[in-house]
Ligand binder design. Structure first.
Ligand code: NAD
Ligand code: UGA
Length: 464
């Protein structure tokens, strides 16, 4: 099928950037991103590009080049589905918070709503592409809903998981390690796969476009995230060992990473991985394994999450212990709230959990993040329901200036690895703080020797 119109349901961190790049590389295809969230669509359409709903370096340039030409953002879902030959489902698939599989399984209600909507409004054959991350064999469920509810038109389902990472999304989309497309192997399935390959072929070399069966594609996405997160938990576990032995975790990571069989990426120790996907996708994998009676498989992967929780807790406890086992009434400055640098996304950020533990100890936390504002920070901490909103307001404050955030604090905790933190005037910060002045570097980005020379008590992760 020759694709002239694409509709993507879900204008989020994946739908927006992915479709912007597809539109940029395929100027003859009209790409419309639709969403039920009108505010989000309005922001995607805002004239001022600094107001786009997500912050992603380089995204504004691509939006500027394509929006209004062959890239559109709209709330007219029905019309755009009906007018398109190919529909991407790129809606959220969070962990279930209710019922069977609560806290583990993926909540597929938004995906199901999309399938029902597509079935309801389609008057011609469609290729439906799973862009969201989904449990293995979801394509069968989607196909079922489409065929049972639709009005006799043919639906071909493809799996095309997204591997972009936030903060580097535009580069990841521009030069992907691979594009994965899973499809059926009858002639209709193969034709649908070819239609999608043709779209990516516009800029991705054929050697990097991998086609597989549907289930391999769906499962590979969960497995890729599980392997990446596993490396982080592995190095974080070694960070604890380093702290007890005098080895330096950064040196160990470098030494093992130079082994080409291991490789150097994803070996950076941290306060624990965050983000909307690692935890949810591993929990989903654990749930699937458990459902199939594969308890050893489930246990193996569950440990990656358990260790991540432990790492966050360990960091909070390290602050508490260093500050003489009492942080009540003491000001602690958090530099960074997003789950990694170069994004305004805070979902599952380690910052939220570390702050929660210290607030339970009655610490006074002041947060500064270059891209995350007050509203989001209070939303995140209130969402945990550990304390009343009023209590959180009394204990936690947000500053839009790093120097005032650090002023009169007893300790600074580096939570996110924003580049700007490295370039601060640390002398000026030291002078303004309570003494002894501690820096807990949760990302090991600062120069230990330099800070100690100024007078700070510096504590990195995985360093004696
Ligand atoms: P998101 O929450 O940023 O965006 C999802 C959007 O879908 C929201 O704007 C929501 O309003 C919209 N939506 C939900 N139900 C809808 C419906 N029925 N009709 C129309 N719009 C609807 O989520 P995201 O981060 O873009 O993630 C989307 C999917 O991609 C998830 O499955 C995620 O696991 C996967 N993924 C995310 C990333 C990432 O970096 N965020 C990377 C790879 C894969
Ligand atoms: C991750 C994957 O890298 C993407 O391939 C995937 O598409 C995406 O999840 C998804 O499915 O949502 P993302 O979560 O955006 O991308 O960002 P990462 O760079 O993977 O970082 C995740 C977390 O791990 C961050 O908190 C980061 O600080 C932490 N991390 C990363 C470390 O602690 N150490 C590292 O060495 C690397």
């Amino acid at each position: 099928m020759k694709i002239k119109n694409i509709c993507c349901i879900g204008a989020g961190y994946v739908g927006g950037p992915t479709m912007a790049v597809i539109a940029q590389k395929n100027p003859k295809i009209k790409v419309t991103v639709v969403d039920i969230n009108k505010d989000r669509i309005d922001l995607w359409n805002s004239k001022d590009l600094s107001k786009l709903p997500i912050f992603e370096p380089g995204l504004d340039i691509v939006v500027l080049q394509t929006r209004g030409k062959n890239l559109f953002f709209s709330t007219e879902i029905d019309k755009n589905i009906a007018n398109s030959e190919m529909i991407f489902i790129s809606v959220n698939t969070p962990t279930k918070t209710y019922g069977d599989g609560k806290g583990m399984a993926a909540d597929l209600r938004y995906v199901e709503l999309c399938a029902r909507k597509i079935a309801e409004v389609s008057k011609s054959d469609k290729i439906v592409v799973e862009k969201s991350t989904l449990p293995v064999m979801t394509a069968a469920t989607i196909k079922n809903i489409l065929d049972e509810t639709g009005s006799g038109v043919n639906f071909e389902i493809l799996s095309n998981p997204e591997f972009l990472a936030e903060g580097t999304a535009m580069r990841d989309l521009e030069i992907p390690d691979r594009v994965l497309i899973g499809g059926g192997d009858d002639k209709y399935g193969k034709a649908a796969v070819k239609s999608l390959v043709d779209i990516y072929k516009a800029w991705v070399p054929m050697d990097n476009i991998l086609t597989t069966n549907l289930w391999s594609s769906e499962l590979s996405k969960l497995v890729a995230n599980a392997f990446l997160a596993q490396r982080i938990s592995s190095i974080n576990s070694i960070s604890e060992l380093c702290e007890s032995t005098g080895a330096d975790v950064d040196e160990v990571a470098k030494a093992i990473g130079m082994d080409s069989r291991i490789g150097s990426k994803f070996l950076k120790t941290s306060v624990g991985f965050g983000g909307s996907c690692f935890q949810k996708d591993i929990l989903n994998l654990v749930y699937i394994a458990k459902s199939l009676g594969l308890n050893n498989v489930a246990e193996y992967w569950h440990q990656v999450i358990r260790f991540n929780n432990h790492q966050r807790e360990r960091f909070a406890k390290k602050i508490l212990k260093s500050l003489y086992n009492s942080v009540a009434g003491k000001k602690i400055c958090f530099l960074g709230w997003s789950f990694k640098k170069d994004t305004n996304d805070t979902r599952e950020s380690a910052a939220i959990y570390i702050a929660d533990m210290l607030l339970e100890e009655m610490a006074k936390i002041c947060v500064y993040d270059p891209k995350v504002g007050k509203k989001q920070i209070y939303f995140d901490i209130d969402y945990l329901n550990s304390r009343t909103k009023e209590e959180n307001k009394n204990l936690l404050s947000v500053s839009n200036d790093p120097y005032s955030a650090c002023k009169k604090s007893h300790a600074i905790a580096i939570i996110t690895e924003w580049d700007e933190f490295i370039h601060y005037d640390w002398n000026k910060i030291y002078i303004s703080m309570n003494k002894p002045a501690f820096v807990f570097d949760g990302r090991n980005i600062l120069d230990k020797e330099k800070l100690e020379k100024i007078g700070f008590i510096y504590k990195g992760i995985g360093k004696a």
